[in-house]
Design a protein around this ligand. Structure first.
Ligand code: SAH
Ligand code: SF4
Length: 362
């Protein structure tokens, strides 16, 4: 059996694990600092820790279960990593340079069962959830890439917006958050972490009741049930009323704002009437929310959808603003490098399959 990744343990779990073997919290903290402060890349480099503890850890855990398959660097500084898991599956992680810092987008599942009609990630059914360790390792992979550049750059923000539905992998995503938030480790503040969901009402409530305290983003994409069901079939199971009830519960419980994501699809959900309906839906939640308009990143397999014209985006934005709705248009990153969620993975899988065919044919 494969050994688990040491990055999958929260500090509490690591303390408990070492405690059971007779080592005090002091040692757990030291190991933690080696992992996240000094960011050693293998167990032998944990020079601050007693050799017998290092030995014990290396017998039970590994530090690297992910390997880099492809890395694409964009002109705007975006870097997309295609990583291979121990079982051979591929996942994506993206580093984006923002004005306010370095943001990393992580994947939470291999594939996605929600199957939204516009998304490259949903093209492949979920084969499994990622472990907390596999999610933390994505971030460590990016941080080590930055460390190697030697410019003292740190990942400052996390968006859980890669392949998968994070609230369908609740426990592992929660532990991921606990690990990266820990102030003795990476210390990424909860206000700098955003989890995006396609809208699972019961899970949103559970999220609200949890200790995580991070931001929530809701993939809304339409303001009426007819249209939303057409774009996202999950809306049939959880229609807008149920979703909004859960969102209101979240706001009430956490006193936090939510962000609604709205992809603009040409002539599908970007018309003036769509903007008016969206404004009406959000108006009662004006003070506790914002809308992020996302220019659609075309996906080959979903040729029925095109990106909205610039004038439509501006007109849509203006209608929301006139109605007093907080609204931004998402800046795009890495448009020269398969930036849409799941795109690099699906292209690479097709390429790998074609290469395999060629080898067989040859
Ligand atoms: N499953 C979660 C998180 C991952 S998707 C969710 O759906 O929220 C993260 C965001 O990327 C979602 O808002 C999703 O709608 C958006 N997205 C997916 N495909 C896209 C594309 N081709 N262009 C622009 N945004 C896309
Ligand atoms: Fe899954 Fe999110 Fe893509 Fe929908 S948009 S298929 S929920 S990853």
């Amino acid at each position: 059996m494969n050994k688990p990744s040491i990055y999958g343990l929260t500090l509490e779990q690591l303390t408990g694990w070492l405690g059971e073997r007779g080592y005090s919290k002091f040692w757990a903290t030291l190991v933690w600092e080696e992992l996240y402060r000094r960011r050693v890349t293998d167990f032998e480099r944990m020079t601050e820790v007693k050799p017998e503890i290092v030995q014990l850890l290396s017998e039970h855990f590994v530090m690297h279960t992910l390997s880099e398959h492809v890395k694409q660097e964009s002109r705007d500084g975006t870097v997309k990593f295609l990583l291979r898991l121990q079982d051979g599956n591929l996942i994506e992680t993206v580093l984006m340079r923002q004005k306010y810092g370095m943001s990393v987008c992580v994947t939470t599942q291999v594939g996605c069962n929600i199957g939204c009609s516009f998304c490259a990630s949903g093209l492949i059914k979920k084969s499994r959830d990622l472990s907390a360790g596999e999610i933390v390792e994505q971030l460590m992979n990016v941080q080590l890439y930055l460390d190697q550049r030697g410019q003292d750059e740190r990942v400052t923000h996390i968006v859980v917006m890669g392949i998968g539905e994070p609230l369908d992998n609740f426990e592992h995503v929660s532990n991921f958050v606990r690990i990266i938030k820990d102030h003795k480790g990476l210390a990424i503040g909860p206000k700098r972490i955003t989890v995006s969901t396609s809208g699972l009402p019961e899970k949103i409530k559970e999220f609200a009741d949890s200790d995580l305290q991070v931001h929530l983003a809701i993939s809304l994409h339409a303001a009426t049930n007819d249209l939303r069901t057409r774009i996202m079939k999950i809306n049939r199971a959880f229609p807008i009323e149920q979703l909004m009830e859960a969102v209101d519960y979240y706001v009430e419980r956490t006193k936090r704002r939510v962000m609604f994501e709205y992809i603009l699809l040409k002539d599908v959900n970007d018309r003036r009437e769509d903007a008016v309906e969206l404004a009406q839906l959000i108006a009662p939640r004006r003070g506790s929310s914002s809308i992020n308009l996302i220019p659609y990143n075309p996906v080959d397999e979903h040729s029925q959808y095109q990106r909205s014209e610039q004038e439509s985006i501006v007109a849509f934005y203006d209608i929301l603003k006139k109605n007093g709705i907080n609204c931004t248009v998402r800046l795009e990153h890495g448009t020269d490098i398969d930036a849409a969620c799941g795109q690099l993975r699906s292209k690479q899988m097709k390429k790998d399959a074609a290469d395999r065919k060629q080898v067989t044919a040859g």
